[in-house]
Design a protein around this ligand. Structure first.
Ligand code: SAH
Ligand code: SF4
Length: 394
């Protein structure tokens, strides 16, 4: 661990208070599920088998009602229903964009809301999920960063977003039917609201559940975690989650990155690059994605493009660079770079031998694009002054 303390001390996970003290089984690891079954009367000898059965009902078949778990004895099903619930976030609104992108507003405990976005493409369907309500970090170009209210999501609320989307896409298989290999929901990106590495354990447990072969069973290579650069947690991400990594890089000098991604003041570009260079999973087949938001006149010059390549080459990082046209939001202090500028920037990177896809803006008409997420009922906006002073601009 770095001697530097994380920025976020005020974030807590508040476990959901359930009616009549019932325990939610969603989001528990297999070990936790087994323990909780034993605590509530399942004989120890049977616990392993019951855990496997219940796990499959919840995560493979999407069943939420104990009465439907037909391979369990009736009396046992009743006992389960007395003690437990199988509960996921509730969908409050669902918007469908002209391009097929779906944005869900979900309610979680405490009346908080998070946004989840589903992006269909020809060869895949990606679900962009949130890890926190709001974000304690204050990247100056990000709408989520202007939201005051913050709490960590529980593992149940994180994997629950995936289950909610599978409900809406009607993608749970029916018992006895053959496995469907062509999934509507084939990929997960942790790129919604919040900084996933400031909610490490819950994100890890939720993604482990999503990868479990006897359930949702997504390959670890189909899950991408995006971080603004919480350096001490980066190696752990490879070891304990094993997913792909994306970094919100966005600037090529510390001076500019300090403003755009203020966590840079804690762990600067050099420290970040060193952590990436030693990311245990990084290889040519599992490259690290450098996310780079294109802001007019701020970080989009030819010199920036050359410097970016120089950073990556110097550290020999297997990388691809994902250029994100800035998505505007009300009161945003930046403008999107012109298409010509973005293409010129992409070309320099491409000539240097790196993939430089320009991210297609999806769902903009429903404010579902990157960095536009912010729940409607929690528009407690920080003032522009506050944003600027926190970003070191004021
Ligand atoms: N907190 C994490 C993950 C959520 S943000 C992180 O920062 O990486 C997901 C991506 O959207 C990040 O790369 C972020 O920098 C980018 N983003 C944020 N606001 C944006 C905006 N207004 N336009 C385009 N991209 C934005
Ligand atoms: Fe938080 Fe990521 Fe937005 Fe920065 S870009 S404020 S880390 S959600």
């Amino acid at each position: 661990m770095s001697p530097k303390a994380p920025i976020t001390q005020d974030v807590m996970t508040i476990p959901r208070k359930l009616p009549e003290g019932k325990v939610n089984l969603v989001g528990l690891t297999r070990d936790q599920l087994r323990e909780v079954l034993i605590e509530h009367g399942t004989p120890e000898k049977q616990a392993k088998m019951r855990t496997g059965q219940i796990w499959q009902w919840i995560y493979q078949w999407g069943v939420r009602d104990f009465a439907l778990m037909t391979n369990l004895a009736k009396a046992y099903r009743a006992q389960l229903a007395e003690n437990f619930v199988i509960e996921i976030p509730e969908v409050v609104t669902r918007q469908v964009s002209e391009d097929g992108t779906r944005k869900y507003l979900c309610r979680i405990a405490g009346g908080h809301e998070v946004e989840v976005v589903y992006i269909p493409e020809d060869d895949r369907g990606t679900l962009c999920i949130s890890s926190q309500v709001g974000c304690t970090l204050t990247c100056s170009f990000c709408h989520t960063g202007t939201q005051k209210l913050v709490r960590n999501l529980t593992a149940a609320e994180i994997v629950g977003q995936v289950m909610m989307a599978r409900d809406d896409l009607e993608e749970w298989p029916t018992p006895g039917a053959p496995k469907d290999e062509t999934r509507l929901l084939s990929n997960i990106v942790l790129m919604g609201m919040g900084e996933p590495l400031y909610n490490f354990e819950n994100v890890r447990d939720a993604m482990k559940i999503a990868m479990d072969p006897e359930g949702i069973s997504l390959s670890r290579r189909r899950i991408t975690l995006s971080t603004s650069g919480v350096v001490p947690e980066i190696a752990r991400t490879a070891e304990e989650i094993g997913c792909l990594l994306a970094i919100s890089f966005h600037a090529t000098t510390d001076e500019t990155r300090d403003v755009l991604v203020p966590i840079n003041k804690r762990w600067n570009i050099e420290e970040l690059l060193q952590a990436l260079a030693s990311y245990p999973n990084a290889s040519n087949s599992e490259r690290i994605t450098f996310e780079y938001v294109m802001l007019d006149g701020v970080n989009d010059s030819d010199e920036d493009a050359h410097r970016l390549i120089e950073h990556i080459k110097r550290h020999k990082i297997p990388a691809k660079i994902n250029l994100i046209p800035f998505n505007e939001w009300p009161g945003a202090p930046y403008k999107r770079s012109s298409n010509n500028r973005i293409r010129a920037f992409a070309n320099i990177i491409y000539q240097a031998g790196y993939a430089s896809p320009i991210r297609k803006t999806r769902g903009e008409d429903i404010m579902a694009a990157c960095g536009q997420l912010k729940s409607a009922t929690e528009r407690a906006r920080k003032s522009r002054k506050q944003i600027e002073s926190e970003a070191g601009l004021g």
